[in-house]
Write a new protein. Structure first.
Length: 270
């Protein structure tokens, strides 16, 4: 069966064959662990993920019915080989949106009226740390967010991931070298923190977000905020992803933009 894969996992998919272990299964997806990399093979009607391979079949086809937790899967040479199913990677997509240049004025207008908070998630410490460019403060805020809420991707994780991805990608779009340096400084410690405080899958998504790699609907919103799409439409589409994931990602992105605006305003006054 043909598949479309994220360039973020091109390395492991293109290398010689190796063995992965099934972390979990559902009608729409299978979660795999290979070395320390999490890869998700999902159906075409699931959300396209930054660490995923999307196959041509829909969830109704139930193609993963023979895949069981703990089973071994072969990955490499452009294929993912399950018992009774071989996925051939025929195309790649880039989960890090290409934004070009924008301005703080345009970002402020694009995010006007969009919510930057979600219930039960404390946003203040993260906003303050991002605005002040404080890696230590970001890690302190992350410690209170990571693992907060139920599910494969807890709400606090999604909120943090949205903020980090927006800070990375839109920081570059406004020409802020300081934001990139700040996120580079926290990437390693944040990966370690996530590895011990949340699910393996969610920790992987946080690590991708630090580098600006996100699920397809989140990437569409980032592009729209930078003037390359319809903000209202892409925000609505992201809000419909999952039970809490979409709203938390969207609100985190808006918080990331607002912290970036605060950072740029402060630097201009100096």
């Amino acid at each position: 069966m043909p598949g479309v894969a994220s360039t973020a996992i091109r390395g492991v998919l293109s290398e010689p064959d190796t063995t992965a272990t099934v972390l979990g299964t559902a009608s729409h997806a299978v979660w795999l662990l290979v070395d320390r990399e999490v890869i998700v093979v999902s159906t075409r009607d699931a959300t396209r993920l930054p660490n995923g391979v999307e196959i041509a079949a829909g969830a109704a086809a139930d193609v993963f019915r023979m895949v069981h937790h703990g089973a071994s899967v072969t990955i490499g040479s452009g294929q993912v080989v399950f018992e009774g199913l071989t996925v051939d990677v025929v195309r790649w997509w880039n989960p890090r949106p290409i934004l070009g240049r924008t301005s703080t004025t345009e970002l402020a207008a694009a995010t006007a009226g969009l919510p930057s908070t979600v219930p039960d998630v404390e946003s203040g410490p993260l906003f303050a740390a991002l605005s002040a460019g404080m890696p230590g403060g970001i890690l302190n805020a992350a410690e209170s967010l990571i693992g907060r809420g139920p599910g494969l991707t807890p709400e606090g994780d999604d909120y943090l991931a949205g903020a980090l991805a927006a800070t990375r990608t839109l920081g570059e779009a406004v020409g802020s070298a300081a934001t990139a340096a700040m996120l580079d400084a926290v990437a390693g410690p944040l990966a370690l923190l996530a590895s011990i405080r949340t699910t393996t899958f969610s920790a992987a998504l946080i690590c991708h977000a630090v580098d600006g790699r996100v699920a397809a609907p989140a990437g569409a919103l980032l592009r729209a905020l930078a003037g390359r799409g319809d903000v209202a439409l892409s925000h609505r589409d992201l809000m419909h992803v999952g039970h809490t994931s979409g709203p938390a990602l969207a609100a985190g992105m808006v918080l990331g933009v607002r912290s970036l605006l605060q950072t740029q305003s402060t630097s201009q006054r100096r």
